[in-house]
Design a protein around this ligand. Structure first.
Ligand code: UDP
Length: 331
């Protein structure tokens, strides 16, 4: 494949920085933009002096070089967004406006210069919200979506991502913008910060420091986790194939794990003495939070379009993260 000029919005974030790494290793040029609100400079520090990498610290909604960046690139991963349950709950108004506005600016810039660049919009498995799942069933992209009314503060992130999806596909249909939607399921990996309350980095930090491992609710809720190495490979493959144009595609791991089993797994792999402590949602989030009960993607479409299947098991990924944390503590 010819050398790519890759623009990553949210490029200092957890998944964004792994995309930066992936494309630089392939010999592509990469331009990352990030306001460093949840992204971390540390994530991209190894590349700051790389001749094929440039970084702008800027909010995507006020990025002065937006048009220049969009003119330069032939492949965009749009990941810049307000993310993380705690941040979203604390700031629902800005979550909505930032996530919607940022995506619109990218789409409009592509249209204004009639760019043929490929655009991948990062959406989320949270758009499936509280869709019920039968035993053995997995969420398919054509699933009818349902949102609870009256619990809107909790849903601002999901709704903003759903608007991004519809906006992207409308620009595709009416303005000829090449766009693909990736619905990302729970992604985990070595440089994910525990600061935003996500379960795996939290559990690992708690297990390694001997603090209680905090399971929210009854612990029987489940998620399906994907190693970020698998996630970025899948995202890149989606933009490598023209078959993904205009498609909504699940990206994630399809092995479901309950949160209590996850807590036990982390404790065992970390050889930790931590107790497993149950917390109510009120204690955990300060509000009566309505958690998603089960979440598991159907990955048939991803496989049909790209041939991709996840390579990392959950155990291997947890081992990898624990190992990286231990090495960091020793350094
Ligand atoms: N969770 C937990 N303890 C924690 C953090 C999260 O039990 O310290 C639970 C949370 O209630 C949810 C699951 O783990 O059921 C995944 O939470 P996360 O915020 O990582 O992802 P999401 O809910 O957005 O899928």
């Amino acid at each position: 494949m010819t050398k790519q000029r890759v623009l990553v919005t949210g490029g200092a974030g957890f998944i964004g920085s792994n995309l930066v790494d992936y494309h630089l290793k392939k010999g592509d040029e990469v331009w990352a933009v990030d306001n460093l609100q949840t992204g971390r400079l540390k994530n991209i520090e190894p590349y700051l002096h790389h001749p094929a990498f440039r970084f702008d610290q800027s909010d995507i909604c006020n990025w002065p070089r937006l048009l220049e960046g969009v003119e330069w690139t032939n492949r965009i991963y749009h990941l810049a967004a307000h993310v993380g349950q705690r941040l979203v709950l604390a700031d629902p108004v800005n979550t909505l406006s930032y996530n919607i506005r940022g995506c619109e600016l990218i789409l409009q810039a592509l249209f204004d210069i009639a760019s043929p660049a490929r655009l991948l919009i990062a959406s989320t498995s949270e758009v499936y919200c509280h869709c019920p799942l039968e035993p053995g069933e997995a969420l398919k992209e054509d699933r009818m979506l349902q949102f609870p009314s009256g619990e809107f503060l909790q849903e601002t992130y999901d709704v903003s991502k759903l608007v991004n999806e519809i906006m992207g596909l409308s620009y595709k249909a009416k303005k000829g913008i090449d766009c693909t939607i990736a619905r990302l399921f729970n992604t985990i990996g070595t440089n994910q910060s525990p600061s935003y309350g996500m379960v795996v980095p939290n559990f690992i930090q708690q297990a390694l420091s001997g603090e209680p491992i905090t399971v929210f609710g009854d612990g029987l809720q489940s998620r399906s986790f994907s190693n970020v190495h698998d996630t970025v490979t899948a995202l890149a493959l989606l933009l490598d194939t023209p078959k993904s144009k205009g498609e909504i595609v699940n990206v994630g791991g399809d092995r479901e794990c309950s949160i209590i089993d996850l807590a036990k797994m982390v404790k065992k792999i970390a050889r930790s003495e931590s107790e497993i402590r149950y917390l109510s949602y009120q204690e955990a989030y300060g509000v009566d939070f309505k958690d998603v009960r089960r979440r598991r993607p159907n990955l048939d479409k991803l496989f049909q379009l790209t041939g991709f299947k996840p390579k990392w098991t959950l155990e291997q990924t947890i081992e990898e993260i624990i190992q990286a944390k231990k090495e960091m503590q020793m350094a």
